[in-house]
Design a protein around this ligand. Structure first.
Ligand code: AMP
Ligand code: GLY
Length: 428
């Protein structure tokens, strides 16, 4: 098979790395790709939002399967464009990707189908939102309706903060059109877990659990980022929690989308909060997480192409997912200053050291890099993700931080506490 992957981050590197192991994959292309993906795939300089060019490329090269990694093209309807051209593609159509594209839509869906989530109200008018805040309970959570690079959520401790938040999202349009509508929701406490699930429109195949660290600095301080590190599995995602989620969250969400005439094919990323009252949905995404993919895929024993093909054909019930009984930790190496301002263009050293130890369970997934004259250069805020496998989380964490030291570049920055809270919880 000829395969095209659309995207350019660490997640797409992990997908390309996994796809390259499939005996079904004869040739892989990636648009636009990055310096690391180039090892497994021929990178093509077409942007992820250039749907017509991508479809024309897929036709010209007789691509058998296109995999969409990123949210923007999915929400923008890339799958519809490919399907119209008779091309086979893995990912939800725009009318299903709205599960991620509109938080107001997803909240209303959960309410209608009794899927556990935080209590909320939707607003399209700033004055009405502010009036609601007068009598609300604090802390409270504000969410810009649309896509905002994972940064459109504000947790507000006081009424004043929340009023400022409404102004910045709905009036000043800090997140652009994503702030045309606003969800105001109850603040939940508990353990956060992410579960990525293959979906074929009808059936579900949940993958092993993972947890992200969204804040830029140690101790969950600093600004929200795309994700500074992950671990898998989460010790808080017990078999009881899994059973509850399958029955009351995952399957009902897929059934609800089908009932609404929006059958979902692809990946649903369930962002969950395990509260004292049980698991509730924090958010849905319509794709693999980044850097969740970088800890989940190295633990997956299945052929990813086979699973994706089963999703497209509606026969996911024939597939049994299997994950190794170990753990993985991914530490993101960023450029100092991310997520605000940072420099690019520095040479990266030590990548071969990690690569040479791949058979021992060390991996490096490129996020913001480019290959220039045979040299890998930093080319983004999140530069690389270093993943290590271990028998348990504590060992995986030790090994990931060991490998972090092998890789060098100017302005290298990373969090020192990825998975630390978990080590401590496991020891007690
Ligand atoms: P989201 O993009 O919806 O996942 O939100 C980003 C982060 O904000 C989540 O990972 C949570 O840490 C936090 N968050 C979102 N909604 C809530 C909520 N209702 N209660 C508490 N924390 C929340
Ligand atoms: N790591 C969070 C996300 O991919 O949305």
């Amino acid at each position: 098979m000829k395969i095209l992957i659309v995207g350019s981050g660490g997640r797409e590197h992990a997908i390309a790395w996994k796809a390259a192991q499939s005996p079904l994959a004869d040739k892989i292309y990636c648009a636009p790709g990055n310096g690391g993906i180039a090892e497994y795939a021929e990178c093509v300089p077409i942007g992820a939002m250039e749907f017509d060019k991508l479809a024309a490329f897929a036709k010209e090269k007789e691509i058998d399967l296109t995999i969409i990694g990123m949210d923007d093209p999915l929400v923008g309807g890339i799958v519809d464009v490919f399907e119209k051209e008779g091309l086979r593609v893995f990912g939800p159509r725009a009318n299903a990707a709205i599960l991620e594209g509109s938080k107001a839509f997803s909240k209303d869906l959960m309410k209608k189908y009794h899927i556990p989530t935080a209590a909320y109200e939707n607003f399209t008018d700033a004055a009405a939102a502010m009036e609601y805040l007068e009598t609300a309970k604090y802390p409270i959570v504000l969410k810009a309706d649309g896509l905002a690079l994972g940064k459109g959520v504000l947790i507000c401790g006081t009424k004043e903060e929340a009023m400022d938040g409404v102004r910045s999202i709905m009036v000043d349009k800090k997140f652009g059109d994503a702030g045309n509508a606003l969800v105001i929701e109850e603040f939940m406490t508990g353990r956060e877990v992410s579960v990525l699930t293959f979906v074929d429109g009808t059936h579900i195949a949940p993958m092993t659990s993972a947890q992200d660290h969204k804040r830029a600095k140690d101790g969950d301080q600093g600004l929200n980022t795309g994700g500074m590190g992950t671990f898998s599995p989460s010790p808080f995602y017990t078999p009881d929690v899994d059973a509850f989620c399958r029955e009351h969250i995952y399957q009902p969400t897929v059934d609800a989308m089908a009932a609404e005439g929006r059958p979902f094919v692809g990946i649903i990323f369930f962002g969950l909060m395990i509260t004292a009252e049980g698991p509730k949905v924090l958010e849905y995404n319509a794709r693999f997480g980044d850097p969740e993919a970088q800890v989940v895929l190295p633990r997956m024993n299945n052929d990813i192409i086979e699973v994706m093909e089963a999703c497209i054909d509606g026969r996911l019930d024939e597939i049994e997912l299997e994950f190794a009984r170990n753990a993985a930790v991914c530490v993101v190496l960023a450029s100092d200053g991310y997520p605000v301002a940072y420099e690019k263009g520095f040479p990266v050293t030590g990548l071969d050291t990690v690569k040479a130890k791949e058979k021992d369970g060390y991996y490096v997934f490129h996020a913001g890099t480019k290959l220039e004259d045979g040299q890998i250069l930093t080319n983004g805020g999140r530069v690389l993700g270093v993943t290590a496998i271990g028998k348990n989380l504590k060992l995986a964490r030790q090994r990931a931080y060991e490998a972090v030291e092998w890789v060098g570049f100017e302005n290298k920055y990373f969090r020192h506490d990825i998975g630390k809270a978990i080590d401590e919880a496991e020891e007690n």
